[in-house]
Design a protein around this ligand. Structure first.
Ligand code: KIV
Length: 268
């Protein structure tokens, strides 16, 4: 799917569905579903690499995972995250980094924040790189925010987020992720901008939803945020399969004849 088709869905009032995706097998599985878009999110630093937050994601990591996802030749739009600080130094540096993600197979990049990165959003969109903005809880700013907390809890913070959403739209962002904000604020922002809002922990009034794939599949190690709904318990299924393998090897039930190659008898 192209970004234009995604925007068209928004214009016709269809809700947009997104999940994160970090690797080739998961991308191949998603390719056969009717999900609209995937995000090669920098949450891969936590979910796949076991780090405490996303500030440890690097551009080479993002490029490598984007390449793996793109190998699945999925019909979904692929958006890749610009990792920690890569959009904050200068618009020029942002373009160089975004270019690497596009060359790795993404069709768009996602940039967290507004103030310091609004010129970078504009530089990308004016250079043919679609940008998904990201406001509310922006995990790359975790140390400044004092943890993974709900944002937009005061009138000032709400006004600020509303202004930032409009600034991101003006800078050319084609969509906006709203993470961990009160549902009424997400609703107001959605009604005030003319680009799709993709919510995560932002209630039901956004133009679409995104979740971390491993969270919704039941594969995430550790505590889950309140906004996650689990659609499967995949870790338990995998544990059962590993235990079954261990006992069948120990009891001599695996491998059987059908798992062997033909016997070849050579004169020694
Ligand atoms: O990196 C990520 O996975 C994200 C989503 C949670 C929106 O930014």
């Amino acid at each position: 799917m192209s970004i234009l088709k995604l925007i068209n869905k928004y214009k016709t009032g269809e809700l947009i569905t997104m999940l994160t995706c970090y690797d080739y097998p998961m991308a191949s599985m998603i390719a056969s579903t009717d999900l609209d878009a995937v995000l090669v999110g920098d949450t891969l630093a936590m979910i796949v690499h076991g780090h405490a937050d996303t500030t440890t994601a690097t551009l080479p990591m993002m490029v490598m995972h984007t390449q793996a996802v793109a190998k699945a030749k999925m019909p979904q739009v692929i958006v890749a995250d610009l990792p920690f600080l890569s959009a904050n130094l200068s618009p020029r540096d942002t373009l160089v980094a975004a270019g690497q993600l596009i060359q790795a197979g993404a069709q768009a990049v996602k940039i967290e924040g507004c103030d310091r990165v609004v010129d970078s959003i504009q530089a990308c969109t004016q250079s043919g790189i679609p940008v998904m903005a990201h406001l509310g809880l922006t995990p790359q700013y975790v140390h400044q925010l004092g943890g993974f907390k709900v944002q937009g809890k005061t009138k000032e913070a709400q006004e600020r987020l509303m202004q930032d959403a409009k600034r991101c739209e003006k800078a050319g962002a084609f969509a906006l992720v709203l993470e961990c904000v009160p549902p009424n604020l997400a609703d107001s922002i959605t009604q005030s901008v003319n680009i799709p809002t993709i919510g995560i922990g932002a209630g039901s009034k956004t133009s679409g939803q995104i979740l971390v794939l491993h969270d919704m599949l039941g594969l995430t190690v550790g505590r889950l945020p309140r906004f996650v709904k689990q659609y499967a318990q995949a870790a338990s299924l995998c544990e059962e399969a590993v235990s079954a393998y261990v006992s069948s090897v120990k009891s001599g039930q695996f491998p059987q004849k059908e798992h062997e190659y033909k016997e070849v008898v050579c004169e020694l």
